[in-house]
Design a protein around this ligand. Structure first.
Ligand code: SGN
Ligand code: CA
Length: 510
């Protein structure tokens, strides 16, 4: 008798749980720096919508990625596995094998309706979704094309961030309301070339942004930093990046300006042409020109982010209006971090904090206490298992991430103590491939291919990672401990490439 009632109770519990499977919305932006988000203490601009998610849920202060670049990060989010397992190691040579498992497929199998709308950037078309409609490659800022599920291409009028949100809401409107849903909204913003909505152009013209204190970093002690090609001074292109086109848009490599209609083009010209005329009149060079570039970069970047935040707000308003807020998980994150002039850089790729770390906030009513702040190490690797956990679906054994829910429910559950990172691309921006680990105090990095070197940082004494301690007297013990930990991480994640590189050692220079 006892047994039967227990079974009955369990069954009822299960049914209630199943009925309560939450809806899921994951908003993934591109290259959005936490340094520009109010919830993270930024004074650069206001981001009320992202801040709202944090206020009503949790702000992850230690959210990181396993490989700081676009396609690889999305592949990690989808699979919950490192790049060497999911096969998508870099943007230049990889093509996502969509036949492999993903949390989306698992959710679909568990009764969810699933969709991915917006930036995708995984070369192959999405597989295992009920619905998808994605930007080809990097997508375009103005009047963007979309790849449609039936194999056609469709051009939409308008600014990409608004359009992606419109399409996402259209899909939500027509979904089967009897089932829970999981929707990924992929934004192009705030990717290079940081082209704002015409409505937002000029919103920061009255502001002079403070230069990061390490803007004029000399890269002393850091070989890979010396050979990178992602500096505002040298790499950032006046025409292409900063829209100072001289004559007409010859340098508009992405074709964004060429795609504008007459009204958009008129507004674009009305904003950028006087800036260009003023720049010409000033005839700047050297540091003055670099600092002008920085100010103009920040204005374009933050104006582009303004539209992103506004459209995240539209998603939240939609949920409110439709009575969905209570039963919907909302995650906002970027595919990685980004440099806003720190070390003199834009772009990402490095295991250094600004690019390794990503903004990540999550609202889960009834589970996450509003206003929570998480100091645990969490990674994009953890999104897949967390979503499956929330949906009550078993997490496949080969997933390498961990559900974040135990830590969020019960502050006593310990998170990971060390994070492993591996970046592979060896092309644009000349960032040397590298792998490494970070714990609460130290970071150990092994660069290979473009440069062959080790770096060690004490993040407590040197949070900006300027002073490479590797090989310095007094750090032998911590270096040995960190190397041992690196070996252990490589073994546990089964990263054979990294193991082989360590086995070779660094050959002395002739
Ligand atoms: C493009 C950009 C790069 C950027 C990569 C990767 N060049 O190639 O500056 O680092 O994307 O970005 S551009 O001339 O095409 O703008 S990612 O977000 O896709 O990883
Ligand atoms: Ca990116």
């Amino acid at each position: 008798m006892k047994k039967i009632s227990l079974l009955f109770l369990l069954l009822c519990g299960h049914l209630t749980y199943a009925q309560q499977q939450p809806n899921i919305i994951i908003i993934v932006s591109d290259d959005h720096a936490f340094q520009s988000i109010g919830a993270y203490g930024s004074k650069l601009m206001k981001t009320p919508s992202i801040d709202r998610i944090a206020k009503e849920g949790v702000r992850f202060d230690k959210g990181y990625v396993t490989n700081s670049i676009c396609g690889p990060s999305r592949a990690v989010i989808l699979t919950g596995k490192y790049s060497h397992k999911n096969g998508f190691k870099d943007n230049e040579n990889s093509r996502f094998d969509g036949s492999q498992d993903s949390f989306i497929k698992q959710l679909k199998g568990g009764g969810y309706q699933t969709a991915w709308i917006g930036k995708w950037h995984l070369e192959s078309t999405p597989q295992g979704f009920d619905h998808w409609q994605v930007l080809p490659d990097q997508g375009q800022y103005y009047n963007p094309d979309f790849l449609m599920q039936d194999g056609t291409k469709k051009r939409y009028d308008g600014y990409v961030t608004n359009v992606v949100e419109d399409v996402a809401e259209e899909w939500l409107d027509q979904r089967d309301q009897a089932k829970p849903f999981c929707l990924v909204i992929g934004h192009k913003a705030t990717h290079r070339v940081w082209l704002p909505d015409t409505a937002d152009m000029g919103m920061f013209d009255q502001v002079t942004f403070p230069l990061p204190h390490n803007f004029y970093d000399d890269y002393k002690t850091r070989e890979a930093a010396k050979v990178q090609d992602m500096s505002i001074a040298k790499t950032m292109i006046m025409g292409y990046d900063l829209k100072m086109f001289g004559s007409e848009a010859a340098a508009d490599r992405e074709g964004s300006v060429k795609r504008m209609n007459a009204a958009q083009r008129a507004k674009f010209n009305a904003y950028y042409q006087p800036i260009e005329a003023d720049l010409k009149a000033r005839n700047l060079s050297g540091k003055a020109l670099t600092e002008w570039k920085y100010q103009h970069y920040m204005r374009d970047y933050l104006s582009t982010a303004a539209s992103l935040d506004r459209n995240i707000g539209r998603t939240l308003d939609y949920l409110d209006k439709k009575g969905l807020t209570k039963n919907t998980i909302v995650i906002y994150m970027s595919d990685q971090g980004f440099y806003l002039g720190e070390h003199g850089w834009f772009d990402k790729r490095f295991i250094y904090e600004e690019s390794f770390r990503t903004p990540m906030v999550m609202r889960y009513p009834g589970v996450i206490k509003p206003g929570s702040v998480s100091k645990d190490f969490v990674m994009n690797l953890d999104i897949a298992p967390t979503m499956l956990d929330a949906a009550g679906i078993a997490i496949p054994k080969d997933i390498q991430g961990k559900s974040m829910l135990p830590q969020l429910r019960d502050k006593k559950t310990a998170g990971r103590k060390v994070m492993f990172y591996h970046y592979y691309e060896n092309g644009e921006h000349s960032v040397s491939p590298h792998f490494g680990i970070r714990n609460s105090r130290y970071k150990l990095i092994r660069f290979y291919k473009r440069v062959n070197s080790w770096e060690l940082f004490d993040l407590k004494k040197d949070p900006n990672e300027l002073n490479n301690l590797y090989g310095k007297p007094g750090y032998e013990k911590i270096t040995a401990e960190m190397k041992k930990e690196l070996d252990a991480q490589i073994a546990s994640y089964e990263d054979q490439d990294a193991a082989a590189i360590l086995a070779q050692g660094i050959k002395p220079e002739k």
